[in-house]
Design a protein around this ligand. Structure first.
Ligand code: ACO
Length: 322
């Protein structure tokens, strides 16, 4: 048996922040942001009731309803995030409590923007091993809380949001997958946790914010994602033309179009939402998947190739039949 996605959901914060709004509070412009990234606006958390947990739960409820599955039927909940509300317990346990998913094991995965794919691959492995049959995976981020709002080179790029998928063991679904990491690239995209302030180490350091070497990430993303897609298709014995849609991590429109060009495929095969969501890290692929499902762009039997990259460095990809 393999993992099959049977329902999706998503949640974006109410507040939409356009490039013009950002230009009014920092030295940037719609022209700079749009030409370099394709981003026009992003949703950002703007009230105390909008949290990583609240967005995860809303996306999860939608996915469960779409799949016609009750929370009590779930055996497993995995949340992929780097911006949980708590260091402990895991966001997945809090989601479990809110949903009343009393029979599920729940834990989080930190693989940055590749997190949703790591979660999907983990569920597929559990299903292949016969351990679990029904799972909920969520990619969720409130990256706005770890951004340095005085650093225009990073803060304009990201958005907040959540995407979820319900997965069931089925004869057909996942066709092939891969994931990988290279810790040697750990310094190009970094956000330190709180520093130790125990009685023996006294540090005065204020918390760090997200640091990114944009050009290094750009080069890595184009090379590694193209490679991942080619390896995965080869593994499955499929041609790129057989794929209905390539759902890539929504970091930057230029990265996505470079990959499409390298694969000699038309841009229509690469739906995007980076223009109105920005980069929502682990949430970007499931939000996009939910959008295209709601737009009725998917039919049974369609082939989807999901692929992403992120801090770590990490990368992952999955080829599946809808
Ligand atoms: N507005 C106006 N000017 C800006 C801004 C801004 N928001 N940010 C930077 N600049 C300026 C810089 O100061 C620099 O000015 P200078 O030439 O006078 O020094 C100039 O613009 C060019 O800056 P670069 O960093 O060279 O711009 P670049 O063309 O490389 O684009 C970008 C930057 C958009 C970040 C690009 O490198 C990129 O997209 N990288 C990939 C990022 C990415 O994918 N991140 C996701 C990673 S994984 C994850 O999702 C967590």
């Amino acid at each position: 048996m393999r993992a099959k996605i049977i329902g999706t959901g998503s949640c974006l914060p109410e507040k939409i922040v356009t490039n013009e709004t950002l230009s009014a509070i920092m030295d940037t412009s719609d022209q700079w942001i749009r030409s370099r990234t394709g981003i026009r606006e992003r949703h950002l958390v703007s009230s105390e009731t909008e949290t990583t947990l609240s967005m995860a739960v809303q996306a999860a409820r939608e996915a469960l309803s779409d799949a016609d599955i009750l929370p009590q039927q779930l055996d497993l909940i995995i949340v992929a995030t780097v911006s949980s509300d708590y260091i402990t317990p895991a966001a997945a346990c809090l989601v479990q409590k809110e949903l009343g998913a009393c029979h599920a094991a729940a834990f989080d995965i930190n693989a940055a923007c590749s997190g949703f794919l790591f979660a999907l691959n983990t569920v597929d492995a559990y299903i292949q091993a016969g351990i679990y049959q029904t799972a909920l995976i969520i990619g969720v981020e409130t990256l706005s809380k770890i951004l340095d709002w005085s650093d225009r080179s990073t803060c304009v790029l990201f958005g907040d949001g959540a995407g979820a998928a319900v997965i069931k063991a089925a004869e057909e679904g996942m066709i092939a997958s891969l994931q990988g990491s290279d810790g040697n690239g750990s310094d190009v995209l970094v956000c330190r946790n709180r520093t130790n302030n125990n009685p023996w180490i006294s540090t005065d350091k204020s918390p760090d914010y997200l640091y990114m070497n944009g050009q290094e990430v750009f080069k890595f993303a184009v090379k590694k994602e193209t490679e991942c897609i080619q390896i995965l298709l080869e593994k499955a014995g499929m041609e790129p033309e057989e794929v209905t849609y390539f759902l890539l991590h929504q970091a930057n429109y230029r990265i996505i179009s470079s990959i499409a060009r390298k694969l000699k495929l038309p841009p229509e095969k690469f739906p995007t939402n980076v223009d109105h969501c920005g980069n929502t890290s682990a949430a970007s692929i499931p939000i996009l998947l939910d959008e295209i499902r709601k737009d009725r762009k998917l039919s049974p039997g369609d082939i989807l190739l999901l692929s992403g990259f992120g801090a770590g460095l990490t990368w992952g990809a999955a080829l599946l039949r809808w």
